[in-house]
Design a protein around this ligand. Structure first.
Ligand SMILES: Nc1ncnc2c1ncn2[C@@H]1O[C@H](COP(=O)(O)OP(=O)(O)O)[C@@H](O)[C@H]1O
Ligand SMILES: [Mg+2]
Length: 257
């Protein structure tokens, strides 16, 4: 059984503009996949389909054999609790202490009451501490989140996913807001987590170099479609030029951002 099975998945917005058009993609447990492609290609929309925030307009998306169109209520919550998402704007609550943001990773698993009550239990503090230790900032546990640097906040977001302990980690431009050396460290950290805990990792990356250096499988997305799905050594400069090249509908869209 595949972790993700997408067949001809299309997502239309508004008056019928296709953000994702006819995507076929299979991802198995423990795989590490980088998504690359120009701005507006449909990467974020694809992530929102993969974490069940959006549903396909047409086509089929199965997660561990369950067709997401048929998932509702508790079943949908259970599927979603097994998917951890890290966003570019890391979606932390800035005024809360680090420990609370990290423990909010459990919100999908527990009732709201238990989640809130849990914030004071020593065992949960231990869990948060352990996760922060793994991302290299255990000493910041009781600091206010907005007192941390951008890179440290991204680590808090990763610690939150560790506490959630999902089968799949989706990371949508996880390092776009940090400097290059830190970006390298954070991507390495995500790879390590995926490897050690046998979690699938699907990450969109702005930096082609990072994608090629760390991921065994690179999926190029252009105009809502999969342009290629290859190992890094099969990706030529010509192919990258085609991926980021001018799009017929928008001749200015050549920026790889
Ligand atoms: N909620 C939305 N409503 C209408 N159009 C959207 C919405 N979200 C994304 N789009 C459009 O879908 C296309 C793909 O966007 P997106 O998935 O954000 O691409 P990427 O993440 O690759 O930059 C873009 O043309 C964008 O404007
Ligand atoms: Mg995006």
């Amino acid at each position: 059984m595949h972790q993700y099975y997408l067949e001809d998945v299309t997502k239309l917005f508004g008056r019928g503009q296709a953000a994702v058009r006819g995507i076929n993609l299979v991802v198995d447990r423990g795989e590490r996949v980088a998504l690359i492609g120009p701005s507006g290609a449909g990467k974020t929309t694809l992530f929102r389909l993969l974490n069940c925030t959006l549903r396909p307009t047409t086509g089929m998306l199965r997660i561990n054999g369950d067709e997401t169109g048929n998932l509702h209520g508790k079943k949908l919550l259970r599927v979603r609790s097994n998917i951890g998402t890290i966003y570019q704007q890391h979606n932390l609550v800035p005024r809360l202490k680090v420990v609370h943001n990290v423990l909010s990773g459990r919100l999908g698993r527990w009732s709201t009451f238990r989640s809130l009550a849990s914030l004071v239990k020593p065992s949960d503090i231990d869990m948060a501490h352990e996760a922060l230790n793994q991302v290299g900032i255990p000493d910041r546990i009781f600091d206010r989140t907005d007192e941390l640097s951008g890179g440290q906040q991204q680590r808090v977001a990763i610690a939150r996913v560790l506490v959630q302990n999902p089968e799949v980690i989706l990371a949508d431009e996880p390092v776009s807001s940090v400097d290059p050396s830190l970006a390298n460290a954070i991507v390495q950290l995500l790879i390590e987590i995926s490897r050690n805990a046998r979690k699938s990792l699907i990450a969109s990356l702005h930096s082609i170099d990072l994608a090629l250096a760390y991921f065994p499988r690179i999926v190029g997305i252009k105009q809502g479609k999969v342009l290629f799905d290859l190992s890094p050594d099969n990706i030529s400069d010509d192919l990258l030029a085609e991926l980021y090249g001018a799009q017929s509908s928008d001749p200015k869209a050549t920026e790889p951002s």
